[in-house]
Write a protein that binds this ligand. Sequence first.
Ligand code: ADP
Ligand code: MG
Length: 694
Amino acid sequence: MKILNMVSKSSSTPLEKLGLRSSLDCALHLPIRYEDETKLSTIGEVIHAFGAVTAQVQGYVIRQDVMFRPRRQLLVVIADDAGNELFLRWLNFYPSQQKQMAVGQHLRVRGDVREGYYGPEMVHPTVRAVAPDAPLPNTLTPIYSTIAGVSQLAIRKAISNALKDPDLTAQLAEILPKSLVDQIFPNQSLPTLLSAITTLHHPSKTDDMESIQNRTHPTWRRIQIEELLAQQLSLQQARAKRLSRRAVQMDPQPRPNGILSQFLSHLPFQLTSAQVRVWQEIMGDLSNPYPMNRLLQGDVGSGKTIVAALAAMHCIDHGYQAAIMAPTEILAEQHYRKLKAWLEPLGIQIVWLTGSLKAKEKREAQALMASGEGQLIVGTHALIQDGVEFSKLGLVIVDEQHRFGVKQRLQLQQKIDDVEIDCHQLMMSATPIPRTLAMTFYADLEVSVIDELPPGRTPVITKLVKSERRDEVVAGLMHEVDKGTQVYWVCPLIEESEVLQLQTAVDTHQALQQALPNIKVGLVHGRLKSDEKNAVMQAFVSGDIKVLVATTVIEVGVDVPNASLMIIEHAERFGYSQLHQLRGRVGRGSAQSVCILLYGHELSMAAKERLQNVKEIQDGFLIAEKDLALRGPGELLGAKQSGDTMLRFVDLQQEHGLIEKTKDLSARLLAQHPDLVVKHLNRWLGHKIDYIKA
Ligand code: ADP
Ligand code: MG
């Protein structure tokens, strides 16, 4: 994006770190909320109010002390003419604040009034040293999101300046044809973009404050439509671009004497009808002349791997390489073993590549990839690092794709863009994406869903157990192991952390091994070297290790069907999808599986609700909806490293209808006004366009 009218020249000022480089950036940095400083109460009113109130009062400082009980803190007392007193308290403070609030100063303060140790008090109020008759603002005070080192005052000033920039009017001139907008959003009296932005920074007394605060005001609507539109346009454009590119066009059926046909006639098990359906969908995609971009969703244990293997074989049958990339070494290793067992007998050359290989092994692996001798390449993101070349890559399969960061997804995209002929992409995920998200962030993505588990599975029984009853759990575990069951014991952290009072994996391992002297207890965690990790996992797979104490490294994808008991310690520390993923490690064989969620005392309401929900809900889609409601889309998308991709002004929970209509607007704009599309995208996304595509 062209950088317009720099706010500051130096390379990275705090404002720039906040993303505010131009007047336009500033103008689009809209308030996250507002404070009402238009009213002034007397100290007498607020200290006699019942319960906590948020208020603005003023008075003279009559006392200032640094107290040391219970810890170092600044105490300031202000009083009004009637002699009413209010305590102000700071736990962190600077000398400059002490100076600003010297005895005799007149202060206007705003904050929550509570009954404190000394009497009615405000903790960390907003303070202004002003004359008693200083006028009150007559609009709401905007509060902006910020970072350390940038005060609200500084942002407000930058934004005020930006709004006065004469160029801004032109930059925010209407792009969307009014007739089109009115047609799609009738009777909404949407303001122009410029006036919406001005209003939101400085709402006037006559505006409806409530709808401005809760973002349903027509000004917000206007902004939300603009933002969603930019996202829809870029995704629809990406789609059009993809359809115009070329990829290996494969046969719509397995080749008669190919390895896929051979494999299909000796399948290790019968595919479920859901697996058959998604496989048909994928094969359909692969027979197109343009690259596939498909997400294969299926709850944990639904059998995505074999579908990926079929796709890989089909690709190899056409003389191209296929690659499978997984987010952790354990998971990649497991794919490698499974695929090797299935495909090596058919004469396929499989290459294994991860970051932990020795230099010589790495060179050998890379040579096989570059020569084309390696037909199926399995590994971690080492596959997409610089210097790694494929000879003829036809298909990339990314397992648990949401676990990869934005950076890695971009890297993958680059690898793919580098080659002349595009490759097909199949993403796999056990974290279902709720519909609203699929409609927005993944508009250029076909979705296949495996909505059926392989036969013979019984749902996992989930139990909530207080951690005080840990001994009983250990006794029960012993009994289960005697019956031949294997057990996962999951601990949240490996290092001591007094604050969280979590059991460490190491301690747990030791304690369990002591309690169960005749049983082999293994330990796996993220700090182990990869060959150590593999050795432990292998011993668990082979049944040598009966009880595996683990950190969340086992969260994704690990598959040991004989394990049918899982114990998760301090389950309250985990989020929805983590718990669901963890639980998915059991219930993979035919035995009835049990997942025990041990929880500490003093559960928060939220944690209680979460555990209760996980106990009652087995369906990954429902769990994902709960998760979305709780955490917002960022973490679900795995894009938390980059706030850039997120919609800033749209709440996906609330805006179902808006998304549909904006999609419509986007399609019409693309068809009728391609020139306006470019303008709109530049304004809203600028340099972020790459991220959206990742
Ligand atoms: P996920 O979808 O979680 O990646 P996997 O692909 O690891 O699941 O499959 C889970 C387990 O189910 C594996 O042991 C796999 O071999 C087995 N499996 C997959 N499909 C079937 C099927 N149709 N019938 C029986 N077992 C199956
Ligand atoms: Mg899997």
